[in-house]
Each structure stands twice: as structure tokens, then as C-alpha cells.
Design a protein around this ligand. Structure first.
Ligand SMILES: *Cc1c(COP(=O)(O)O)cnc(C)c1O
Length: 393
């Protein structure tokens, strides 16, 4: 018999009752150090007092307002984002997938309004993940996500990650309107796009007029030690998708755009019932208050350095288990010689939560405010998990 919950998830047999900062407490009282953070969602840890206060204060005022009316919390969060980024304007969604949907629509509408309605093609990359909607799976294009769900939304071409020649050629084709890319592929195995490549891509977009859409759903919101990952390369996108960390655990996403890129999205062209809901935006503003602060970001970079150094030591100590460390800031990956799922499972036995990714990688995405002593504890537990899965006698 089919379970009451549609069985699309491969779930670990763990049930958590509550969270405290970087820790989750299971029903049986066991404590787990959470280096998954809901896959980069719980950016400020579990049960963060400032976020709980923002949520409950708002809950006592008003939970939901239709976008038929002005929503002050939404306007405030939009202004905070505009103030701290390249963007001139923001649309709020409830998830990363919905942000991807709008990014696609916005790019196509831009070219339609610009009098070049044939520039509908969007270049994406192998190993990408942009969500699970029909547009998002067509964008990523992998067989794993698309098989059986055809006919797929047309107008996406996947390029090989790191194949500059293919990109240079494809981007000049007459029907190309945008390039969509994660500055650091998350699901794809914590694969960063080198700064020079992102710069080169920006130059190509400038030369051709093609819009640059960055998917910072996983790598944004302070995760790399800058508010957004593209800041490291010193370039800006035309359109950017944000979600995961921005709500700190409350469902919230956003599309940020320049005024020029957003030119086609006029009155009535897009909407959402819940998008920009007062509860979500009150929490989002509380997250931004913390994460957009330069002192906080400096701390993320310091903690990341500490963690990375320990991970390099871990890799050196277990050459039969690990191949290396990848990533930037607190979006890190351990490239494994063993099956990533085995290491993740061994972690459960040691009371540490990690997340598998493609390309033989185990992802480490701790809360951005993880305590130094919890980083040290994480390294001890990862070491024990690595010992447990080591093929050596
Ligand atoms: C998680 C993720 C998405 C999809 O976000 P949802 O909130 O699950 O819809 C899109 N892009 C990237 C890079 C992601 O990591």
C-alpha cells in the first residue's frame, strides 16, 4: 500500500523533536550536530531567538495579506535587498523553484518587449539544479530529473561545466536570451565556478546582450562569507534567484533584478498568493539584519577558514576515504573515494548530519553562526565517521 505521504523522498530513519542552534535533538534524546542545516536553509541555526521573535511578533499582528494591498514587511525586505545588492527591484516567492520560474519568464519577456521575441533560449550547465517545476527540470536537463516528465519545456541547452569554447560559441547564437548558472553548484557537488570564468561570462553577456541569471538559492545569503557568492568575482548578474537561507527556515524566495532586466514585468504579468507574505518577510528581514552585516560576514569567513583547515587535515588523515575539500566559505564538500551515502550514514551513528551530493561529494552546510567549539566537535565526529567507513584494514 502506498504510504500516506507520497513516497518521493529517500528518508533517513531519524525523527527530530527540536533544534538548538547548530544541534538537532531526536525523539530519543540523542543530539546531532547539524551540518546540513536543512540544506543551507537554517542559516542562523535552529530556534534562533531573533528569528523566533520576528515570527511571533508578526504572528500577533497579521499572518497573511493579499498582494491586492501594500505589505509593509515586504517593502521593507525589498528595500534591504536593493540596498545591499546590484538589484533595483525584488519579487518574492515561496521557494527557489518559483524563483527559477520567474527568472525564466522575466528573461523571455525582456526580449519580447525588446522586439526580439525569438531570443528565448536559455543556456544552462550540466550538473545544475534549479528546482523541480517543469521549467526548472528542463533547465537542468538531467535524465534523473526529467525522465518520464516529457514533453519538456523547450528552449534550454545544457553546456558542459568548464567548457569555455562551447559557451563562447553557444552564447553568440541568435536565439539565446540568457545564461542561467549557479556560482557554486550545490546539488551538483559543490562545484564553484572560478572567479575568472564568472568574469569572462559577464564579459560575454555584456558583449552579446545576453542576460546573466545567477542561481544563488544555495550559495547566497552569506554562505560564502560575502552576502552573495558573485561578489567574490566582482561582477553582478542581471537577474538572481534567492531562497533557502533567506527565510532562515520559513519558506521564502526572491528574484532580484536590475531595472533594465525587469522591464517586461509590468502590471499583471506575474503574481503569487503567498509570495511576500508578512510572516515570511518579517523573518526574512530579521535574517538580513544579521547576515548582511559586514562584521557577521567577516566571522563567517573566519569560521570557514577554521573549518576548512580542519577538513584539509581530515582529508590528509584519511587518504583512502577522501580525495579533497571543495567549496568556499561554509558551502563545503568532501570529495569521497567511498560512497557518499555510506559516509553520511556513518555520520548518523556519530551524531552528525551531512548531505550527499552528486560527483561523489558529501556536503557540509552548517549554520553560518556555528560556534567554534561545534566546528571542532564536527571535525572529531567526521573523523570517527571516516574511520568507520575506511576500506583499510
Ligand atoms: C534548492 C535549490 C533550488 C530549488 O529551491 P526549492 O526551494 O527547493 O524550490 C534551486 N536552485 C538551487 C541552486 C538550489 O539549491
Amino acid at each position: 500500500m502506498i504510504p500516506a505521504v507520497l513516497p518521493t523522498y529517500n528518508r533517513a530513519p531519524l525523527t527530530f523533536e527540536r533544534g538548538e542552534g547548530s544541534w538537532l535533538v531526536a525523539e530519543d534524546g540523542r543530539r546531532y550536530l547539524d551540518l546540513g542545516a536543512g540544506i543551507a536553509v537554517n542559516a542562523l541555526g535552529h530556534a534562533n531567538p531573533a528569528l523566533t521573535k520576528a515570527l511571533t511578533d508578526q504572528a500577533h499582528k497579521v499572518w497573511h495579506l493579499s498582494n491586492l494591498y501594500r505589505i509593509p514587511e515586504q517593502e521593507r525586505l525589498a528595500e534591504m535587498l536593493v540596498d545591499k545588492t546590484f538589484a533595483d527591484t525584488v519579487f518574492f516567492t515561496n521557494s527557489g523553484t518559483e524563483a527559477a520560474e520567474l527568472a525564466v519568464k522575466m528573461a523571455r519577456k525582456y526580449w519580447y518587449e525588446a522586439g526580439q521575441p525569438d531570443r528565448t533560449r536559455i543556456l544552462t550547465f550540466e550538473g545544475a539544479f534549479h528546482g523541480r517545476s517543469s521549467a526548472a527540470i528542463a533547465a537542468a536537463g538531467s535524465e534523473k530529473m526529467t525522465k518520464g516528465f516529457g514533453p519538456l519545456l523547450p528552449g534550454f541547452t545544457q553546456l558542459k561545466w568548464g567548457d569555455h569554447e562551447a559557451l563562447e560559441k553557444a552564447i553568440r547564437e541568435a536565439d539565446v536570451g540568457a545564461v542561467m548558472v549557479e556560482p557554486i553548484q550545490g546539488e551538483g557537488g559543490i562545484r564553484p565556478m572560478p572567479d575568472v570564468c564568472l568574469k569572462g561570462l559577464r564579459d560575454l553577456c555584456d558583449e552579446t546582450g545576453v542576460l546573466l541569471i545567477l542561481d544563488e538559492v544555495q550559495c547566497g545569503m552569506g554562505r560564502t562569507g560575502k552576502l552573495f557568492a558573485h561578489e567574490w568575482a566582482g561582477v553582478t548578474p542581471d537577474i538572481m534567484m534567492v531562497a533557502k537561507g533567506i527565510g532562515g527556515g520559513f519558506p521564502l524566495g526572491a528574484v532580484l533584478a536590475t531595472e533594465a532586466a525587469a522591464a517586461g514585468m509590468t502590471l499583471g504579468t506575474h503574481g503569487s498568493t503567498y509570495g511576500g507574505n508578512p510572516l515570511a518577510c518579517a523573518v526574512g528581514a530579521a535574517v538580513m539584519e544579521v547576515v548582511a552585516d559586514e562584521g557577521f560576514l567577516a566571522e563567517v569567513r573566519r569560521k570557514a577558514g577554521l573549518f576548512r583547515q580542519g577538513l584539509e587535515g581530515l582529508v590528509a588523515a584519511h587518504p583512502d576515504v577522501f580525495e579533497g575539500v571543495r567549496g568556499l566559505g561554509l558551502i563545503l564538500g568532501l570529495r569521497c573515494k567511498v560512497a557518499p551515502a555510506d559516509l553520511v550514514k556513518a555520520g548518523y551513528a556519530q551524531g552528525i548530519l551531512t548531505v550527499p551530493a552528486a560527483d561523489n561529494v558529501v556536503r557540509l552546510l552548517p549554520p553560518l553562526n556555528i560556534a567554534d567549539e561545534d566546528i571542532a566537535e564536527a571535525l572529531r565526529r567526521l573523523d570517527a565517521a571516516a574511520t568507520a567507513v575506511s576500506p583499510a584494514p
